[in-house]
Every structure is written in C-alpha cells, then in structure tokens.
Write a protein that binds this ligand. Structure first.
Ligand SMILES: Nc1ncnc2c1ncn2[C@@H]1O[C@H](COP(=O)(O)OP(=O)(O)OP(=O)(O)O)[C@@H](O)[C@H]1O
Length: 235
C-alpha cells in the first residue's frame, strides 16, 4: 500500500501554504514531519483528512492493484487540539464510536480493554469528557484509530501532552501497528522524530522533502536541520 500526493496546493487568502506537494508514503513506515511554525503541517493533514479542500492536486491510495482517491474514511486523524463531544462521558463516546463503526471493526476487545490500553482508569471512564485533561482527550482520539484501524493515520503533535508512561506506550503501539498502516506524525521535537520515525520529512517552503538517512546519523544532525529549516543551506 502507498499514499501518493500529487501536486497538492493550498492557499489561504493570498498566502500559498502548500505550493506543490509531491510525495509518496509507503506502508510500514512512520514518517516524522518536521517544519517551522506555520510551515503547513496541519494544513496538509487537514487536506488529507478532508477537513479542508485542496485548491489543486490529489491524494491517491494504492492498495494491491487497486487505486482510489483518498477518502476521509481511509484516514484516522489525531488533532493537536482534540475535538470531542464534551457532553458525553468517555465511556458513552467510545460506545457510540464503536456502534457507528461496527462494520469496520475486526477486534473483539471490550470498551474496558480499550480504556486499559491507554491507561484511562475506571474512575475517569464515566466522567464527562468536558472535565478530561488535554492528554486524556488525546488518548480518546488515539483510541478512535486503534479501534477502526484506518490505512492512513495522521498524528498532529500527539505525544507532547501525554505523560511519559503513556507516551512510551503509544510509541510502542505505533511501532507495533506500523506494518499495516501509513503513519504520518508531525512534531517539533527532533529527538522524537529520529527516535520514533523511520523517515524524516521536512515541510519547507510549501513542499515536502525527505531527509537522507546519512544525515540523521551525522553527529551535527541537529545543527544541520536547523540550518535547513532556517533556509541557510550551503549553496
Ligand atoms: N483556516 C485558515 N485560514 C487562514 N489561514 C490559515 C488557516 N489555516 C492555516 N492558515 C495559515 O496557514 C499557514 C500554515 O499553518 P499550519 O497550521 O498548517 O502550520 P503548521 O506547520 O501546522 O504550524 P505549527 O507548527 O505552528 O502548528 C499559517 O500561516 C496559518 O496562519
């Protein structure tokens, strides 16, 4: 399976955020997207998840011999700022989510199993989401893709709000599930990108650019990345 982005473009007012995004993501890999504030990482995720419309270009998912335009149901999206129905309890939300996605779910895990997986304790499961911390809301969003297992998973800075124990669990889980998915992970933490991700992709000047593996092993990797992101590459 692969996800091909072909000449994706997106502008807001007169500002061209995505200029011509051409990139192919492969199944089995976690891609770390790095870019400066405002580089367009969230915009790209919003375009891929169908939250916003692109101005041009397309995203194509190739599976076996079939190819189709990427559709919102192919994508699991964990937003940096979680959006959840705050008037439900965590338990009610998961029950509802499982009910509406029943056809896509292959696992026979129970709601309690899912809560256990992300370490949301029994006391919190029947509380309103409104009272959840940012990290707990993030965990609930993660559960959505863990439950439905869509082919493409987009994670917009998901680990920063999680405590170290859960962050480690999630990292482990992402490594375990990656073989069946294409995972795009945006972060500002260089070390997290090199530690967790198989490939590092720069979002710079409205385009995507894969970082050479040799560079990630360079002792001066961090400094070089900063120069590239500040657009101070040697001529
Ligand atoms: N709905 C919108 N309307 C107008 N401008 C927008 C909108 N969404 C994003 N932008 C602009 O597009 C640019 C890219 O924003 P985006 O949120 O994609 O960047 P980012 O790489 O995710 O940044 P950060 O690392 O700070 O989260 C910014 O200049 C932002 O102001």
């Amino acid at each position: 399976m692969q996800l091909e982005l072909k000449d994706i473009q997106k502008s807001f007012d007169n500002k061209q955020v995505l200029k011509n995004v051409d990139f192919t993501f492969q199944q089995g890999k976690i891609y770390g997207l790095l870019g400066r504030n405002g580089a367009g990482k969230t915009t790209l995720f919003n375009c891929l998840s169908g939250e916003i419309k692109t101005d041009a270009g397309q995203a194509v998912l190739r599976q076996n011999d079939r190819q189709s335009t990427l559709s919102p149901k192919d994508v699991g999206y964990v937003l940096a700022t979680p959006i959840l129905p705050e008037f439900l309890t965590g338990y009610e939300f998961l029950k509802f989510y499982i009910d509406i996605n029943r056809e896509q779910i292959q696992s026979d895990r129970t709601i309690e199993d899912y809560f256990q997986l992300v370490q949301i304790g029994p006391d919190d499961r029947h509380r309103l989401i409104k009272g959840y911390s940012h990290g707990m809301k993030n965990k609930l969003q993660m559960l959505c893709f863990i439950i439905v297992k869509p082919p493409v998973i987009l994670l917009d800075e998901p680990l920063t709000s999680l405590d170290v124990v859960v962050a480690l669990e999630i990292k482990k889980m992402l490594r375990e599930i990656r073989q069946n998915h294409i995972i795009l992970f945006s972060t500002h933490i260089l070390q997290l990108a090199t530690d967790l991700c198989d490939e590092i992709v720069l979002v710079n000047d409205g385009k995507l650019e894969q970082v050479d593996h040799a560079l990630t092993r360079d002792p001066q990797f961090e400094e070089k990345m900063i120069h590239i992101l500040k657009d101070e590459r040697p001529a």
